[in-house]
Design a protein around this ligand. Structure first.
Ligand code: OGA
Ligand code: MN
Length: 298
């Protein structure tokens, strides 16, 4: 049995079959999947009833794991529901019950409903994310993906030239602030210190350029904030037009893998105060910053 991939959207997204993620993968399957991520940006696997350990083992085929920690979230170690390798993307507390409407963690996590790229607020941002749907919702709770390579290709030359060397500040302070969540402690503010990222990047695996957009952007270096952010808003609207977007309607035990360097994603709303949506993410670390951080001092 060798893994097979079929494209399921006009511009990106592949569906993978003939692979069982509970078992160690052959080198050939790892290669097919890795090349598939480079080509399609997003890969969908169905019917993968995996444990956290199996998810972690599968993920390690693609590089070092990026650990979620206090620079990624406001949840304290003692309140974590999952092990240190898993990002908890559910709406649940440690008791496995939905977080209360006014729970800080819930309000913070609602930031996932904005278009973003994972860990773009880290100096070395994430490469791949792998999201496993353990308990999924009947209504709402889809995940949407947008192809930032197709979005880049569709820009006119003037815009490509304008943004080519732009550098942005990214921080969780900005994405959470957009939804009105700004009650952060001194320590949290320090953990979420903005980092710099190039606005245009080239994916070394596919050679394709993409726009590196994210809700975490709060400034374009060298531009007045409203000017920079209105450009980011325009680019984001253009880049997430329907033709570049795939909506993933979750079935239980789907696993979706995406390349954060060439796609954005967001969660869609559901009745998260009453229903359970248990999603668990592993993340593959990136290998380098997109831009020198020293520029921040200017
Ligand atoms: C993530 C994320 C969206 C969702 O796992 O990084 O943003 O639909 N998830 O849960
Ligand atoms: Mn995310």
């Amino acid at each position: 049995m060798t893994a097979k991939i079929k494209q399921i959207h006009p511009v990106f997204v592949g569906e993978v079959s003939d692979v069982d993620l509970r078992e160690p993968l052959s080198a050939e399957d790892v290669r097919i999947i890795d090349e598939g991520i480079a080509q399609y940006g997003v890969l969908v696997f169905h019917g993968q009833n995996i444990t956290d350990e199996q998810q972690t083992a599968f993920s390690r085929n693609f590089g070092e794991l990026e650990l979620p920690g206090k620079i990624s979230n406001i949840t304290k170690d003692q309140d974590r529901r999952l092990g240190p390798e898993m990002a908890d993307v559910s709406n649940l507390g440690k008791d496995h019950q939905p977080l209360d409407r006014n729970d800080r963690a819930r309000m913070f996590n609602l930031g996932n409903r904005l278009w973003h790229s994972d860990s773009s607020y880290k100096v070395v941002p994430a490469k791949y994310s792998l999201l496993s749907g353990r308990i999924v919702t009947e209504e709402g709770g889809e995940t949407q993906f947008a192809d930032m390579r197709a979005a880049y290709d569709a820009l006119d030359q003037k815009t490509k030239d304008l943004i080519e060397d732009m550098v942005c500040e990214h921080s969780l302070i900005y994405s959470r602030g957009t939804l009105g969540f700004d009650e952060l402690s001194e320590e949290e503010l320090k953990n979420f210190t903005p980092v710099l990222q190039s606005l245009v990047r080239t994916n070394p695996d596919s050679g394709r350029k993409s726009i590196y957009l994210s809700a975490h952007i709060g400034r374009i270096i060298g531009a007045p904030r409203p000017e920079g952010l209105s450009l980011i808003r325009d680019l984001t609207e253009d880049a997430t037009r329907p033709e570049f977007v795939y909506t993933h309607k979750w079935q239980q035990y789907d696993l979706v893998v995406w390349d954060n360097r060439s796609t954005m994603h967001r969660a869609r709303a559901f009745d998260d105060v009453n229903e359970i949506r248990d999603m668990r993410r592993t993340t593959i670390a990136g290998d380098a910053p997109t831009v020198e951080q020293a520029v921040a001092a200017e």
